[in-house]
Structure formats: structure tokens, C-alpha cells
Design a protein around this ligand. Structure first.
Ligand SMILES: Nc1ncnc2c1ncn2[C@@H]1O[C@H](COP(=O)(O)OP(=O)(O)O)[C@@H](O)[C@H]1O
Ligand SMILES: Nc1ccn([C@H]2C[C@H](O)[C@@H](COP(=O)(O)OP(=O)(O)O)O2)c(=O)n1
Length: 225
């Protein structure tokens, strides 16, 4: 652990706005940003590329350990590019199929272990904004500020629908809602590092709130106490 480096954790379910809010807040603070979900998505994708049996925990963990992951660029308006074994997989990891594969392999303790140090190595001065499911509970339990973003499943599905449509990906709202509810249930009910707010997290229900309002609420938590 590096207690000298401040961390802000932003956890929450799919479509609650973690990535969007984290990037804007990291940019405002001049801090680094960790998109931990992208790492799980990348491992799921690498396993699919290599035809690894997703139910074979050791095989997926071996794949996680040998997969080379590198983020490049990114700012408040654009997500960083993610290179998986040197291949730009930024768009491919964002499909709901990749999300479902990520959620499945993320339930394997061996895979979570393989990504532990990778994630903690993002903790560098002047500070880190980390987004995911277990940032405040498991990866950075000593984080100075912990946020848990939420929103109704219907609103989260609507957001995802617009987001994927804008990327030219063809989806239905009903299909997305079903996938989001199924993924929430799997992430929240798994035995290891389940999706849940840390006991010391500030919960923000973003249903009906716009992005600027949520960013302002999170930044207001960052003022010295
Ligand atoms: N408070 C908000 N109000 C409206 N749209 C939002 C809000 N937060 C995020 N969005 C939009 O919802 C979509 C999903 O957000 P994203 O940050 O990818 O969520 P997550 O990382 O939690 O899955 C994006 O298109 C984003 O612009
Ligand atoms: N810290 C994390 C981050 C993501 N995961 C798993 C569970 C999620 O369903 C998938 C994909 O995460 P991601 O944050 O990219 O998904 P959303 O953008 O919220 O839809 O990975 C996890 O188990 N732990």
C-alpha cells in the first residue's frame, strides 16, 4: 500500500456513470485514472481470442497473468485506448457480450488475484481515481474518499442504449435492461469481492441528475476536512 498517495474510489453498477464521472473528476484534480472494469473486459476478450474454457479458473487466470495490458492517452472527453497484447481492443471490450464475459470471469478468485497488483500499481502521485466494483472494499480499502454511484436499472439501460447507439452498435432497450439486471445480480451475489458499497462510502443516486451535477457532488467531497 502507498498511504502517501491519495485515492478516490468510485464503485457502482453498470451504467451508473462511473467511467464518465471518474474521467471528469480525475481531469479536474489532475490525478491518474484506473478503469478496473476495462481490465476484466480485456481478460475476458483475451480468453475468447485464445479459446480458453471460461469455466476453467486456472486456465483463465493463467491467461490473465500472461495478457499484456496497456492504457494509452485518454482525457476528460475520451476514454484511454486499451491495448490487449498489443492489439487496440478499445471498442471491442465495450460490447455487452464482452461485459457479460468480464462479469463471468470476474467471479473467479484466481482471476481477481492475478489482477490485484496490476490495479494497485496505478496508485501514483499526485493521486488516483479508481472505478469499478470493489475499489473501496478490496483494492483500496484505505482510500481517502469512497463514492458509490447508483441509478435505477431503467435509467442505466437508457444511458447504455444511447451510448451504444451513438457508437453505431445495434441494440434494443429491452435486451439491454435484461442484460444489466442479470449482470447486477451476478456481480452482487458472487462470493468474492461482490458489488456493494463500502461501509464508509458516500452513496449518490444519480437517477434524474445530470453529469455536471454528479461531478460537482463528487468534487465537493474532496475538499480538505
Ligand atoms: N448522471 C448522468 N446523467 C446522464 N447520463 C449519464 C450520467 N452519467 C453517465 N451518463 C451517460 O451514461 C452512459 C454510461 O456511463 P458510463 O460512465 O459508461 O457508466 P459506467 O462506467 O458506470 O458503466 C454514458 O453515455 C454517459 O455519458
Ligand atoms: N473492479 C471490478 C470491475 C469490474 N468487474 C467486472 C464486473 C462487471 O460486470 C464487468 C465489467 O465492468 P465495467 O465496469 O467495465 O462495466 P460497466 O461499464 O459498469 O458496465 O467486470 C469486477 O468484477 N470488478
Amino acid at each position: 500500500m502507498r498511504p502517501d498517495v491519495p485515492v478516490l474510489t468510485i464503485d457502482g453498477p453498470s451504467g451508473s456513470g462511473k467511467g464518465t464521472i471518474s474521467r471528469l473528476v480525475a481531469n479536474a484534480l489532475g490525478w491518474h485514472y484506473l478503469d478496473s472494469g476495462a481490465l476484466y473486459r480485456a481478460v475476458g476478450l483475451a480468453a475468447a481470442w485464445e479459446s480458453v474454457d471460461l469455466s476453467d479458473a486456472e486456465a483463465v487466470a493463467t491467461c490473465a497473468r500472461r495478457t499484456k495490458l496497456a492504457f494509452k492517452g485518454g482525457d476528460k472527453n475520451s476514454e484511454p485506448r486499451l491495448l490487449v497484447n498489443g492489439v487496440d481492443a478499445t471498442d471491442e471490450i465495450r460490447t455487452e457480450t464482452a461485459g457479460a464475459a468480464a462479469s463471468a470471469i470476474a467471479a473467479l478468485p484466481e482471476v481477481r488475484d492475478a489482477l490485484l497488483d496490476v490495479q494497485r500499481n496505478f496508485r501514483k502521485l499526485p493521486g488516483l481515481v479508481a472505478d469499478g466494483r470493489d475499489m473501496g472494499t478490496v483494492i483500496f480499502p484505505d482510500a481517502q474518499v469512497k463514492v458509490f454511484l447508483d441509478a435505477s436499472a431503467e435509467e442505466r439501460a437508457q444511458r447504455r442504449y444511447k451510448q451504444l447507439k451513438n457508437k453505431g452498435i445495434s441494440v434494443t432497450l429491452a435486451g439491454l435492461l435484461g442484460e444489466i439486471v442479470a449482470r447486477d445480480a451476478r456481480d452482487a451475489n458472487r462470493a468474492i469481492a461482490p458489488l456493494k458499497a463500502a461501509s464508509d462510502a458516500v452513496v449518490i443516486d444519480t437517477t434524474g441528475l445530470d453529469i455536471d451535477t454528479v461531478v460537482a457532488q463528487v468534487l465537493s467531497l474532496m475538499t480538505p476536512r
